[in-house]
Design a protein around this ligand. Structure first.
Ligand code: EPU
Length: 353
């Protein structure tokens, strides 16, 4: 790796030949030809104005926790390092907090609790940065980012303009937002999130509907847990089920939980009465992808150096030295066997580059 500066007018440092293995939680090998660290909106504009790099393709990199690198990304990697955490407003019915996109999501959750502003505890220990949280509308244990979202600031990667988007403009869905869609109206590859603002309702109300949390309440006899207790429970549940990316490379759930029609769900139940399914308000059903993969016998199996985690079949892991191609090969083999047995196409959650 070596360093150069952007141009005579700008002092934007550009790193060349950067190893990305440590910058993606799967620990996959790839090299960034050019990498620029973005600490502000102005840094984005400096890069866009750069005579050589400004027009190259760009990959926005946060914590690298939702990414499968199968090759060296073309063009420039923009590593988001916008920092800062602050209380923006205190209303009678909510606290509004703001996080720089480069802040660790989990640190932000812990910090808000320490400050006495609860509301994010169900989303504890999710790997990645605050800026990536709205991109895939992170969710766990009965809560989604969209439920706490106020607005975000982003920079348009074509015009260089700073914009503010509200929840409507972000078009949140299950593990989905406008930032995941290319083409007309979509912002994939077109936008870099710099700050995220969340609205934490007052008075605080616990979100306890998820089975794993109900089980904790029964086990501990604690029927009215406070936010800190829920935070601790969520951390314990996640640690028991999900691999720590610092130890075993992974990108969390590899597939989304598929949504099927009532008819399709009843067909599958007729053949597999134990299938885990949840009714949705629109009459359709969400199926547990982990259960489907597990039922096909994949838990603990490997293809090359990529594998299926022993304690949660929805998580693919790097057994040590895996390439992105091996992860993709394993993912395809899983998709084929789930389709063969259940007629359901699993859709990957992470972005494949
Ligand atoms: N299951 C199996 N075998 C498995 C895995 C799961 O039978 O190998 C069954 C479980 O027994 C359970 C059901 O499937 O009845 C659901 O499992 P779990 O509660 O672990 O949740 P999930 O649906 O697999 C989702 C999210 C997770 C989130 C948890 C908790 C998606 C794609 N994943 O997983 O999010 O932490 O719920 O809310 O929606 C992530 O997105 O990276 C992630 C980890």
């Amino acid at each position: 790796m070596h360093l150069s500066t952007g141009s005579s007018q700008s002092s934007l440092p550009i790193e060349h030949g950067v190893n990305l293995r440590e910058l993606n939680t799967f620990g996959l090998p790839a090299t960034a030809t050019h990498l620029v660290r973005i600490a502000s909106d102005a840094d984005v504009r400096r890069l866009l104005d750069h005579p050589r790099l400004g027009r190259l393709p760009k990959l926005v990199l946060g914590g690298g926790s939702n990414l499968v690198l199968t090759r060296d990304p073309p063009g420039v990697v923009m590593r988001v390092e916008v920092m800062g955490r602050r209380l923006v407003a205190e209303h009678d019915d909510a606290w509004v907090v703001e996080f720089g996109a480069g802040e660790s999501w989990h640190d932000c959750v812990r910090w808000t609790l320490e400050q006495g502003w609860p509301g994010l505890e169900n989303l504890a220990l999710i790997p990645g940065t605050a800026g990536a949280a709205p991109v895939q509308n992170i969710g766990a244990y009965g809560l989604e980012l969209a439920d706490r979202f106020d607005a975000l600031d982003a920079v348009d990667l074509v015009t260089g303009r700073s914009v503010t988007l509200d929840a409507r403009a972000c078009a949140f869905g299950y593990r989905d937002s406008v930032f995941k869609h290319a083409g007309f109206g979509g912002l994939a590859g077109r936008s870099l999130v710099t700050r995220v603002r969340l609205r934490l309702p007052r008075p605080w109300k616990p979100v306890l509907g998820y089975l794993d949390l109900e089980r904790r309440m029964a086990e501990t006899g604690c029927a009215h847990p406070d936010a800190r207790t829920i935070f601790d429970w969520v951390c314990e549940i996640r640690r028991a089920k999900l691999p720590d990316p610092a130890v075993v490379g992974n990108a969390g759930s590899f597939f989304k939980n598929p949504v099927v029609s009532a008819e399709q769900c009843h067909d599958i139940i007729a053949r597999d009465p134990h299938i885990v399914h949840y009714p949705l308000p629109d009459g359709r059903f969400k199926l547990a992808a982990g259960w489907l993969i597990d039922a096909c016998g994949w838990k603990g199996k490997n293809v090359g150096r990529a594998g299926v985690y022993e304690r949660q079949a929805l998580v693919l892991v790097n057994r040590g030295g895996a390439s992105g191609a091996e992860v993709v090969t394993l993912a395809r083999a899983i998709q084929e066997s789930v389709y063969g047995r259940f007629g359901i196409r699993l859709e990957p959650e992470p972005v494949v580059v």
